[in-house]
Design a protein around this ligand. Structure first.
Ligand code: S3P
Length: 449
């Protein structure tokens, strides 16, 4: 993907409301985990609704390179045949995880407790993201990591032949670190014990149970204590991946902001540890209604109907961050169009995402006339005081910045341009046609040519 030249894109202010019924691609977090857990289980697992974005395709390729048989049957249906815990093999070549922090960090956990040697790299964005948060705790299992100074990719790992179980309290609320340690603990003899300071997305815990592992989860202070019994018999299991709430966020905010809109998004994952944005938007006055609640593959799923709403500013406390960590750029767009000021607190973790999302979100809004500032790790947005739009946004290899900027262009007074639309495919292939199907005007420079 990164060999293609950058693609300029522009979103124009909508003149009529967005309407229609859509589905968004499969959940990115669940898709990565489905491929990894299935590759560690004995037998063939069938996965439906897998996200076929660049990030997840990297995980599919990595699991194949490690010896699992991974087959794409078309239309989001995949099968994975694993050989069981401990059976992964040394890959022939470097594992390239592209833009995906989740793929890289979770895979470190898998590799740490397998008796193999592997080298991992990623694109320029991923090579700037911190890996110490996983390799430091994982080293206690007996795995030997060597990484670029500062603990950046590329890195090499010599996994432990007989991994020790880990006991660890996470210093930051991170589902990626938690999941990496759980994945390592699967092939360690004994109990792996992880304490998280605040609850973070628990897809790994759901999936571990789904594949037959034994774990206990209990409240611990403001967070949770998770204890996993190592070396279970993981047995193949089928997984239906729900629509990604983090992707649904973009059409949802667009529909809220564009007068006359009413859209429905079907089959969106509604795991309560992922729905902080929906709660926040409702606090801002958003008309969101949820229907057809059901459980699919152990995860809550439902349809969301969105009606354009007059939004007001909001004060979001830091403890909500884990349940909406990827949604701050698009929430910031909603806040810039809302009546009254907003304060989004405790956003330090945004500095180590696909880009430094805190400074990039600030720059996105400033380039388009919004009154916005940073106080420490808090983002302060004045609300709709100025005319918005007219800017060119640097997307910094970050899919969520690209989509947030385009949504701003649909809701603003003047068009918004982005310097590169290519990275949208990492999490939301088909974003532009899907938004157009609702009535949005988004043009890509390579189509205009
Ligand atoms: C993810 C966890 C979050 C999130 C990322 C996906 C996961 O990262 O930002 O997009 O699938 O576990 P952190 O765990 O670093 O907060």
């Amino acid at each position: 993907m990164t060999q293609r030249a950058p693609i300029l894109a522009q979103a124009r202010p909508a003149t009529t409301g967005l309407t229609g019924k859509i589905r968004v691609p499969g959940d990115k977090s669940i898709s990565h985990r489905a491929l990894m857990f299935a590759a560690l289980a004995v037998g063939t697992s069938r996965i439906t609704g897998l996200l076929e974005g660049e990030d997840v395709l990297r995980t599919a390729a990595a699991m194949r390179a490690l010896g699992a048989s991974v087959t794409n049957h078309g239309a989001g249906v995949w099968s994975v045949t694993g050989l069981g815990l401990g059976a992964l093999q040394t890959p022939d070549d470097v594992l390239d995880m592209g833009n995906s922090g989740t793929a890289a960090r979770l895979l470190c956990g898998v590799l740490a407790s397998h008796d193999l040697f592997a080298v991992m790299t990623g694109d320029a964005s991923l090579r700037r993201r911190p890996m110490r948060r996983v390799i430091e705790p994982l080293a206690a299992s007996g795995a030997m990591f060597a990484a670029r100074p500062g603990d950046f990719l590329p890195l090499s790992v010599k996994g432990a032949a007989e991994a020790m179980p880990l006991t660890y309290r996470l210093p930051v609320a991170s589902a990626q670190v938690k999941s990496a340690l759980l994945l390592a603990g699967l092939n360690a003899r004994g109990i792996t014990s992880i304490e998280e300071p605040e609850p973070t997305r628990d897809h790994s815990e759901h999936m571990l149970r789904h594949f037959g592992a034994h774990l206990t989860i209990e409240p611990c202070g403001d967070g949770r204590l998770i204890r996993l019994t190592g070396q279970p018999e993981l047995t193949a299991a089928d997984i239906a991946v729900p629509g990604d709430p983090s992707s649904a966020a973009f059409p949802i905010v667009a529909a809220l902001l564009i007068a006359g809109s009413r859209i429905t998004i079907e089959a969106v994952g509604l795991n309560p540890l992922r729905t902080g944005l929906f709660t926040t938007l409702q606090e801002m006055g958003a008309d969101l209604s949820f229907s057809h609640h059901r459980i699919e593959g152990g995860e809550p799923v439902g349809d969301i109907t969105v009606t354009a709403s007059a939004l007001r500013g909001v004060d979001v406390s830091a403890d909500r961050a884990p349940s909406m960590i990827d949604e701050y750029p698009i929430l910031a767009i909603a806040c810039a169009c809302a009546a009254g000021p907003s304060r989004l607190r405790g956003l330090g973790e945004l500095r180590v995402k696909e880009s430094d999302r805190l400074s990039a979100t600030l720059a996105l809004l400033q380039a388009n006339g919004a009154a916005v500032s940073l106080e420490g790790d808090d983002l302060i947005i004045a609300g709709a005081v100025n005319k918005l739009g007219g800017g060119m946004v640097e997307t910094r290899m970050d899919h969520r910045l690209a989509m947030s900027a385009l949504v701003l262009g649909l809701a603003a007074d003047d068009p918004v341009q982005i310097d590169d639309a290519r990275f949208i495919d990492t999490s939301f292939p088909g974003f532009v046609p899907l938004m157009r199907s609702l009535g949005a005007t988004i043009t890509l420079a390579d189509e205009a040519a």
